[in-house]
Write a protein that binds this ligand. Structure first.
Ligand code: C5P
Length: 239
């Protein structure tokens, strides 16, 4: 498989086409961004950590019956995935109050909800990824009501598997963001990444934050936090 032209460059990844039209090549960058790109830094080793962690989590989900675009990790910072057209929605699942939920509704961080909740945001940097309702998604033809229900069911299924998996490792899955795409046949597939950039992960006993909030709020060293996650997942940090 050969890497060809750059298809897309995001804040944390570059996506290249390959000589197989159904497969794209993803390169994880060392860039860290927060607050819609207002805060930026280059953090050596971050790309490796997120590639490693995402690969392990997608493999674990596949073993638990949750398919995704993930095919194979091909180097410390690269993976190949099935090509999909990303549905421009951020699908957010929350188990505990934190982040924008706590801020918007004045709810104490760490409050456990009666049940997990799903929220949607429109993926649009210019607009600052605004929250969007199911009706708004439907009338804007971003996804049908049926597809929205499918996204919610899938996101909650991912939450069940991920929450149990992380709990076993002494980690609380507070909330996370997923993205989905449509493959060449129109089937909806879990895509993008699942990493400490896209999840809130707290130590179960101490509530120490082991995710991008460390960078967002200057709480310590991002690399150390992400390495802790990778170590608990049983992964090795390659040189
Ligand atoms: O900021 P907020 O509380 O809405 O974030 C909820 C979850 O979604 C967090 O785990 C956060 O890291 C993730 N998220 C993300 N990308 C965004 C917005 C939120 O990964 N653009």
């Amino acid at each position: 498989m050969n890497k060809r032209d750059l298809l897309y460059e995001g804040k944390a990844k570059r996506v290249y086409v390959t000589d197989n039209e159904d497969i794209v090549w993803i390169e994880y960058k060392d860039s860290a961004t927060a607050f819609n790109g207002e805060k930026k830094a280059e953090i050596a080793g971050k790309g490796k950590l997120n590639n490693e962690i995402t690969s392990l989590l997608f493999k674990m989900l596949q073993e638990n019956g949750i398919q995704s675009h993930f095919l194979k990790k091909i180097s410390t910072t690269e993976q190949i995935v099935q090509r999909v057209e990303i549905i421009p929605l951020e699908v957010i699942v929350r188990n505990y109050a934190a982040g924008s939920f706590s801020k918007r509704f004045g709810v104490e961080e760490g409050k456990l909800f009666d049940r997990p909740i799903v929220e949607f945001c429109l993926k649009n940097d210019t607009l600052g990824d605004p929250t969007i309702t199911e009706d708004q998604i439907d009338v804007l033809h971003i996804a049908s009501l049926e597809e929205i229900q499918h996204l919610k069911r899938k996101a909650l299924a991912v939450n069940r598997v991920l929450s149990d998996f992380f709990r076993e490792l002494g980690i609380r899955l507070v909330d996370f963001k997923l993205e989905f795409g449509k493959d060449f046949s129109g089937e909806i597939l879990l895509a993008d990444e699942i990493s400490p950039d896209t999840c809130r992960l707290w130590d179960l006993k101490t509530n120490e934050k082991l995710d991008k909030d460390v960078f967002r709020h200057d709480l310590g060293n991002l690399t150390t936090a992400y390495e802790t996650i990778l170590e608990r997942l049983g992964g090795k940090q390659h040189a």
